[in-house]
Design a protein around this ligand. Structure first.
Ligand code: GLY
Length: 405
């Protein structure tokens, strides 16, 4: 192992250790409420039943994507869709709570069908696809085969990095364009994992460089984020700033804001560099202080949608935000930590209500209703989405972890 790799590993190891101790000391004032814990227990029991309903609708090699209630149509994808890893990830996280062997068997079948994507170099979404799935699988059962799949996935993702731009390419486009979307912050966790596991610091460096470039070019002065930056692939100069999935180029698309919130929180966890903590807290301030954030904290699909307060809400953005805040509150000062924790708690309570949580046996087996995929394209609007379930389950797990510390 090269000396620089050893140094990074020691830095990461000491950070992890220090932070674990720090968590216990610093968050004792964040106390889960018994009635919310009770809601969560019920949610996990219901989620177990729902995911068995879903399993009955899936052919081998298919992955759940959404459900059209009007025509009772369950919508699936193949393994190359960016959401293919959320199904096994959700199953594994529910299994971890309920120890239901049937869910583990479903997860294992899905992982088998997903494994081929480790060699996919045509997508930047390998972090979503492979870390939500095999990352959780390896965490629960550290098999060498899972590790190899994750390392290969990190290598495939790294092929999309352009050092002149300082970013991983998101969407393939014309040779003169290099498109990077804010969502890509979510793929970096896989790279940090890969450096920890292999000692190869190149993954770590790519993740840090990508985050620094994103911090510089994706954010407006109010810490809202554009969705897409188009770079010149030869010079790295910004050619365009756009918001493809939001209301307009200058609007704050809700899921984009929370991808950034989650991503920069992970950056702080993985590097211990305060500039990422500050960035995550600035983003949190933009979101939580936004006059268009509803009192129940479930965002409209875009903070600048023209028809607020009649705009659709996005349960997926709410779930991602709750999960991110339940990590960020461990690193923030006491006053902000309490605000983050209470906001996440409010979201969990709201998403647990019949307004958002599907009655068992309905909704194609998905846990949550009312997410918005791609509004401008009229695609997946006000429907269940597999990633809304994944981050809701993760948020509930994170909330529960405060009761054992
Ligand atoms: N592109 C991923 C998303 O819709 O959030």
């Amino acid at each position: 192992m090269k000396a620089k790799h050893l140094f990074i590993l020691i830095a990461i190891a000491s950070f992890t250790g220090v932070t674990s101790v720090g968590f216990a000391q610093r968050v004792s004032y964040l106390k889960p409420q018994p009635r919310v814990l009770s809601l969560i227990r019920q949610n996990f029991a219901d989620a177990d039943k729902q995911y068995k309903v879903m399993d009955g609708k899936l052919a081998l090699g298919q992955f759940p994507r959404s459900y059209n209630q009007a025509i009772d149509k369950f919508i699936t994808s193949n393994s190359s869709w960016w959401c293919s890893g959320f199904y096994s990830g959700t199953l594994l996280n529910i299994y971890e709570q309920n120890h239901d062997a049937a869910l583990l068997a479903d997860a294992n079948r899905s992982l088998d069908s997903l494994a081929r994507e480790q060699y996919n170099t045509h997508t930047h979404d390998l972090g979503f696809m492979m870390y939500a799935s095999f990352g959780n699988a390896y965490r629960l059962n550290p098999k060498p085969a899972y590790k190899q799949i994750l390392v290969n996935s990190a290598k495939s993702l790294s092929t999309r990095f352009n050092p002149k731009v300082g970013c991983i390419k998101s969407w393939d486009a014309r040779p003169s364009d290099f498109l990077v979307i804010i969502d890509n912050m979510m793929n970096l966790e896989l790279l940090f994992w890969a450096t920890r596991e292999t000692g190869d610091s190149s993954f770590y460096k790519i993740a840090v460089t990508h985050a620094n470039t994103t911090m510089k070019n994706h954010y407006r002065t109010d810490y809202s984020s554009y969705h897409v930056i188009n770079y010149n692939p030869e010079t790295g100069v910004v050619q365009q700033r756009k918001t493809a999935q939001g209301f307009s180029d200058e609007s704050a698309w809700a899921r984009g804001q929370v991808w950034g919130l989650y991503g920069f929180t992970v950056m702080y966890r993985e590097t211990h560099n305060k500039k990422y903590l500050e960035q995550a807290m600035h983003i949190a301030k933009f979101i939580l202080g936004n006059p268009h954030l509803p009192a129940d904290k479930v965002p409209y699909w875009d903070f600048n949608a023209s028809n607020i307060p009649n705009a659709l809400r996005d349960a997926s953005a709410a779930a991602i935000m709750a999960s991110a805040l339940l990590e960020l509150c461990r690193y923030a000062d006491r006053a902000d930590a309490i605000t983050y924790f209470n906001t996440a708690q409010s979201i969990i309570q709201k998403l647990s209500s019949p307004e958002y949580k599907a009655a068992p046996g309905t909704n194609g087996g998905f846990i949550l209703k009312h997410s918005v995929g791609h509004f401008p394209q009229k695609s997946e609007v006000d429907v269940p989405l597999t990633y809304a379930d994944y981050y809701f389950v993760e948020a509930m797990k994170r909330y529960k972890q405060f009761s054992t510390r």
